[in-house]
Design a binder for this molecule. Structure first.
Ligand code: ATP
Length: 245
């Protein structure tokens, strides 16, 4: 078997004295869409923050286990290097865009840590503005005045402009009207078809499993089910607890 792109193995993490993940293991293969589903507080965001190597106090502290990228441990790597060297970008819940800057300025900041050339950066600008024509139309607009859906587009656009090959999405459907939500997922699928690996966390398990190739169910810091999306959608316990019966 080939080494998965990303491996999380027996991961235990703590916030202060509170253990939030109790031995989570999962893998993401290159080019896959993998989803982690689970209720509020299950540990989904915590898992993504751990992979992104966000420093405490924002992110929890790893106390046991490992996170590997292409077979090598990335524990202790800086969050910046995860983006610039491993090309993995986190699109956090709440989006974290710079509201007082324009759309264009937000996108530009995302390119600062890149080590490739202007030609690649220009290609990615083109890609973002083609995927999200709304951002093109609103280039000069201050980001705080964008709608929720547009801010979500900007957050994904920034990840693309960081040069990422793996995108980790924390609840991208949050706060979006159904039409915009479907648009967003259609765009994410396009990105995946162009080779982007996607790790998605979602409370909307129906949506996530329709979109992903494989999934894992997290319950209070542990993986309680896993399989292809089709298998999980047929799993009676998953159906009952997460898919509305
Ligand atoms: P949600 O969908 O509500 O964001 P989640 O599955 O992403 O849920 P996490 O945010 O990862 O869950 O939270 C996992 C656990 O860790 C919860 O019990 C939560 O209260 C706790 N937790 C999260 N952030 C912190 C923090 N900064 N300090 C202390 N405990 C935290």
């Amino acid at each position: 078997m080939t080494t998965p792109l990303l491996e999380v193995e027996n991961l235990y993490v703590k916030y202060g004295n509170i253990e939030a993940l109790h031995g989570i293991s999962f893998t993401v293969g290159e080019g896959e869409i993998v989803t982690l589903i689970g209720a509020n507080g299950a540990g989904k965001s915590t898992t993504l923050m751990s992979i992104a190597q966000l420093p405490p106090p924002e992110a929890p502290k790893v106390i046991k286990g490992d996170i590997r990228f292409k077979g090598r441990s990335i524990l202790g790597m800086s969050a910046d290097k995860v983006v610039s060297d491993l090309h993995m970008a986190l699109v956090p819940e709440g989006r974290h865009i710079f509201g007082n800057l324009t759309v264009e300025e937000n996108l530009k900041i995302a390119t600062y840590s890149r080590k490739d050339g202007q030609a690649e950066i220009d290609r990615d600008y083109k890609r973002v503005y083609t995927l999200f024509p709304r951002l093109d139309e609103r280039k000069k607009q201050r980001s705080e005045s964008l709608s929720g859906g547009e801010q979500q587009m900007l957050a994904v656009g920034r990840a693309i402009l960081s040069g990422c090959r793996v995108i980790m999405l924390d609840e991208p459907s949050m706060g979006l009207a159904p039409l915009l939500m479907y648009d967003m997922f259609r765009t994410l699928r396009e990105l995946n078809e162009e080779g982007m690996t996607i790790l998605l966390i979602e409370q909307n398990a129906n949506l996530a499993l329709k979109f992903a190739h494989r999934g894992y169910v997290i319950d209070t810091g542990e993986i309680v089910a896993q399989g292809s999306s089709a298998e999980l959608m047929e799993n009676p316990e998953v159906k009952k607890a997460y898919l509305g019966g």
